[in-house]
Design a protein around this ligand. Structure first.
Ligand SMILES: *Cc1c(COP(=O)(O)O)cnc(C)c1O
Length: 231
């Protein structure tokens, strides 16, 4: 095992992340909980196994091939797998079969394929719609103006369960700007509450406090747990 992946480092980092989450919840005056999804992209299965042993049960992956290899290596464990990367149309069949959640649905075409391809012996696939809240620069995510129409269409697909919204705001270290972006997603989420949403997937290593203050119910944490990614 590489030095940077030593188990005691992982446990220390996990404790630090959990403390950050708890402090943010306290500051927000919230009594509910936040689901921690550990984002394992670029990190080998042995590292995910350490995280599992430290108590993590939710894992997020961005790249299908990489994820499938880890799922195979960790098949004996009780893991909830979240797909958080761009969903390519030619990958929907495998994603629909191998994941419990997809956070990055941003078109009806992809949603319909996932619904059609979700194996019948599995429960409906949990999905979040990815929203483009930072405008111009970023390419992924549905535009806020088109969100309601998409959400209504997705909510009636038989093999999907629409759970909530996800966004990846433009990275910034400005805390007020972080909060502003998350507040926008929160407002969109509340405007769709009639569709039964209960998951607000927002917040990463650099901005989880801002996200939790604005109501995140699920944070996706990579580098704060596993260290910096190579490349
Ligand atoms: C990589 C990634 C994360 C985690 O990012 P960190 O900054 O390493 O915590 C979260 N969400 C998505 C969609 C990602 O691609």
């Amino acid at each position: 095992m590489l030095e940077k992946y030593r188990t005691h480092h992982l446990r220390q980092r996990l404790a630090a992340v959990e403390l950050r989450i708890q402090k943010a919840l306290e500051q927000a005056g919230r009594k509910d909980e936040v689901t921690l999804v550990a984002v394992g992209k670029t990190h080998p299965p042995e590292v995910l196994l350490q995280a599992y042993r430290a108590g993590i049960r939710h894992f997020g992956e961005n790249y299908l091939q990489e994820a499938l290899a880890k799922q195979q290596a960790l098949a004996h464990l009780d893991i909830t797998w979240h797909f958080i990367g761009t969903v390519q149309a030619n990958k929907t069949r495998a994603i629909a079969a191998r994941f419990h959640w997809v956070h990055s649905v941003d078109s009806f075409k992809i949603a319909r394929r996932l619904s059609e391809q979700r194996p019948e012996w599995l429960p409906p696939l949990n999905v979040c719609l990815q929203v483009n809240i930072s405008g111009e620069g970023s390419k992924s995510g549905v535009n806020p103006q088109e969100l309601r129409a998409l959400a209504e269409e997705v909510s009636i697909l038989p093999r999907l369960k629409l759970r909530g919204l996800m966004a990846i705001p433009a990275p910034t270290s400005d805390f007020a700007a972080q909060r502003k972006a998350f507040r926008q997603l929160r407002a969109l989420y509340e405007s769709l509450i009639d569709l039964g949403l209960e998951t607000l997937s927002m917040g990463m290593s650099g901005d989880l406090e801002a996200a939790i203050l604005e109501g995140a119910t699920l944070v996706r944490i990579g580098s704060a747990l596993f260290g910096p990614r190579a490349g």
